[in-house]
Design a protein around this ligand. Structure first.
Ligand SMILES: *Cc1c(COP(=O)(O)O)cnc(C)c1O
Length: 398
């Protein structure tokens, strides 16, 4: 009898009790809108912003409706105009090129390396093509940020970081989201904190922060923020910047505050699960584990491996065999998208020339979510199942 895994790949943990209680308090008093406060009251949203800013060492933070909203706001706040070109990853998820499209700008896709990070040689080659890079730390893989920033600084490119998969992660000890002008994070259920929907925008630039506050829909109530720039920063910005509503509310903020406080502990738990999976998969014939550089502080909330140069039908076979044993893998490289899109050629509103070297990598990427409802034993079992099924298909091919 072969082993079967019975857990759910989409089941996250419950909201911490402190978050549930805080949310109930907000519902009892009824002041859910972030600017609906009684005299002397600090809103949950304003406190959350202050706490998140502190946690990543940013001067300013704005809590918003989603990660996608944070990215579009970042592009607007740094002055991207319709028709401008924006460099971004060929391998990421749909909200990233979607944020570029939201401001009627044009994505210019940069290739992916076998480490699943942005191809810095390709970035360098395309660095004359655009003045902005929307960099996605897709699936938590952080590229050599020193080299990336050197390329962008010398080409005059403003960097926005998409940290949907790197909240809590770092490069050489510097939190992800703190290299570029703006860092954007998601609080959506499948990311590292869970308020259903939500996002953060962080920056040290007072003018960019002031624009983001107004864009998010602050009306003229920006003085009620605790992590916004001083009111002088709003002097002209407030007349020139449209309100494109996308605020966070106090109910979500109440749910999030204890999760931000517990983030480091949660990240350590994710990494313990990740390392079990990684060591269980390492050495499987035909399968490449993605080696993580030592400069990277990871958050292993998902794991990827490569089945490079495998024919499509054999990859499908692996996915199906694992699914039959309860292990839900996603083939990110599928040419025909199912459920999600993660490759540049799926976004046909933004045509791009083919990138054969990237295609070879994309074609072989297999992904698995690692929810914290799994135990370390679960991860060992999952790795045994993948190892056995990849092995079986590999042997058939030999
Ligand atoms: C989820 C996600 C986002 C955006 O998050 P939302 O909060 O769902 O808008 C951005 N980038 C990547 C890579 C994501 O996976």
């Amino acid at each position: 009898m072969s082993e079967v895994f019975k857990g759910s790949f989409t089941q996250q943990e419950a909201i911490p009790e402190a978050g549930i209680e805080a949310a109930i308090r907000v519902m009892r008093h009824g002041r859910l809108h972030r600017y609906n406060t009684v005299p002397g009251e600090l809103s949950e949203t304003a406190l959350l912003e202050q706490e998140f800013a502190q946690s990543v060492g940013a001067k300013y933070c704005i809590a918003v409706a989603s990660g996608g909203y944070a990215m579009a706001t970042a592009l607007r706040a740094i002055g991207v105009r319709p028709g401008d070109r924006v460099l971004s990853n060929a391998f990421t998820l749909a909200p990233v090129p979607g944020a570029v499209a939201a401001v009627s700008a044009v994505p210019v896709f940069v290739g992916v390396t076998p480490s699943l990070t942005i191809d810095l040689d390709d970035l360098e080659a395309k660095s004359g093509d655009a003045k902005v890079l929307l960099l996605s730390h897709m699936r938590g893989h952080i590229c050599d940020m020193d080299r990336l920033m050197a390329i962008c600084n010398s080409a005059g490119i403003t960097v926005i970081e998409d940290c949907a998969h790197t909240m809590g992660a770092a490069w050489k000890g510097v939190p992800s989201g703190r290299f570029g002008t703006v860092g954007c994070y998601s609080c959506q259920t499948y990311k590292h904190v869970n308020s259903g929907e939500g996002g953060f925008f962080v920056t040290d630039d007072a003018e960019v922060a002031a624009r983001a506050v107004i864009l998010s829909g602050s009306y003229m109530l920006y003085e009620r923020h605790l992590a916004a720039p001083p009111k002088e920063a709003f002097e002209t910005v407030r007349y020139e910047t449209p309100n494109i509503s996308g605020r966070m509310d106090n109910l979500r903020a109440a749910i999030l505050r204890p999760q931000i406080a517990a983030l480091a502990t949660q990240c350590a738990r994710w990494n313990a699960l990740y390392r079990r999976l990684e060591s269980g998969l390492r050495g499987t014939p035909g399968l490449e584990v993605i080696e993580r550089p030592e400069q990277e502080t990871i958050v292993g909330s998902s794991i990827q491996f490569l089945l490079t140069d495998w024919p499509a039908e054999r990859i499908r076979d692996v996915i199906a065999r694992c699914a039959a044993r309860g292990v839900e893998l996603k083939w990110f490289g599928a040419r025909e998208p199912v459920g999600f899109t993660s490759r540049y050629d799926s976004w046909r509103y933004a045509p791009a020339a083919p990138m054969p070297a990237s295609d070879r990598i994309l074609d072989g990427i297999v992904d698995m979510r690692v929810p914290l409802t799994f135990s370390e034993e679960d991860c060992e079992l999952i790795a045994r199942i993948i190892r056995a099924e990849v092995g079986a298909v590999w042997q058939d091919a030999a």
